[in-house]
Write a protein that binds this ligand. Sequence first.
Ligand SMILES: C[S@@+](CC[C@H](N)C(=O)[O-])C[C@H]1O[C@@H](n2cnc3c(N)ncnc32)[C@H](O)[C@@H]1O
Length: 237
Amino acid sequence: MAKLYSEKANRNMRRPIVKEEIVNYLRTQQKPNTGYLADLEDFAHKENIPIIQPEVSAYFRFLLQTLKPKKILEIGTAIGYSALLMAANAPDAQIVSIERNAAMLALAQKNIAAYDDREQITLIEGEAGTALPALEEMFDFVFMDSAKSKYIELLPAVLKRLEVGGVIVIDDIFQGGDTVKPIEEIARGQRAIYRGLQRLLAAVLRHPDLTVSLLPLSDGLLLIRKNSEDIRLPLIK
Ligand SMILES: C[S@@+](CC[C@H](N)C(=O)[O-])C[C@H]1O[C@@H](n2cnc3c(N)ncnc32)[C@H](O)[C@@H]1O
């Protein structure tokens, strides 16, 4: 198969934001995947396809078994690994997952046909910015794992489709540590992502109607709980 991702892609997956020995411990001492999830993880690593790291998989097992969501929305399917992991750990949930890349979508369709035994997962092909406003159902758990610069632009549509009390998890917040630096220290090619993440954090971290938590897991997770019906985000340039 032709390489879908270049060797240079996903460099932040290799820049730990906590001590390397802690990352190694999190990745080697927690329960590993078995069966098809382990096979999908191996495939993604061989092809350099960015999927959630083992410590996030362990956290998702815990979180989903505890929250027991019924309606999950994912933005950024890739090969379907995290969707299948969520399906396995939230057996009563229906999952809608959006992916814009046709090659990824074909792999996800194949994997979901093979492993989604309870028929929990529905794939939507397209740009999240177009697909989200067309959704009519409500969700109680959302996983955002798409282009990092655009999270802030997708967030109002995501909040609209989230139940009060629902939770959003957003991946790759710290960008290997770049997020906490002044912009002058950021490579020019990375500044759109940097600016998008700064706008996202400024909009939510102290919002009166959201409960928010930042976790230094993998490249950083942002957790948002919606606490009231009508969430207005401040306009941040
Ligand atoms: C990090 S990968 C997702 C990995 C997957 N969540 C997992 O852990 O198994 C990000 C995916 O999001 C897709 N993507 C990025 N921006 C998107 C957008 N605006 N709309 C839809 N898909 C998007 C990319 O094509 C890519 O396949």
